[in-house]
Design a protein. Structure first.
Ligand SMILES: [Zn+2]
Length: 91
């Protein structure tokens, strides 16, 4: 049973009418992250260099089952919405 996929499907049923789906890819949290971060597979987490600070030590963790990210370098964390907002604020 792919709980992450089931969770994504459930999220899609919520009202995301104000969000551009093709831009955000809310049904694929990992897909969203990997547009900006090159992720390495771990046991339960994926990790990579944080896009929000000058990171060379892979402080950026992504938890696919919870669809959240957390950076142990700069402390930024959240879900798809927080990630998108932070990316947009960066540019
Ligand atoms: Zn960071």
């Amino acid at each position: 049973m792919n709980t992450a996929a089931a969770h994504s499907a459930a999220l899609l049923c919520l009202c995301y009418t104000h969000i551009n789906l093709s831009e955000l890819h809310p049904n694929d949290f990992i897909g969203l992250i990997t547009q900006y971060v090159r992720l390495q597979e771990g046991r339960k987490v994926l990790k990579g260099n944080c896009p929000f600070h000058n990171d060379t030590t892979s402080s950026f963790m992504v938890y696919p089952s919870k669809e959240i990210f957390k950076c142990f370098g700069c402390g930024r964390e959240g879900g798809a919405d927080e990630f998108t907002r932070a990316i947009q604020a960066r540019n």
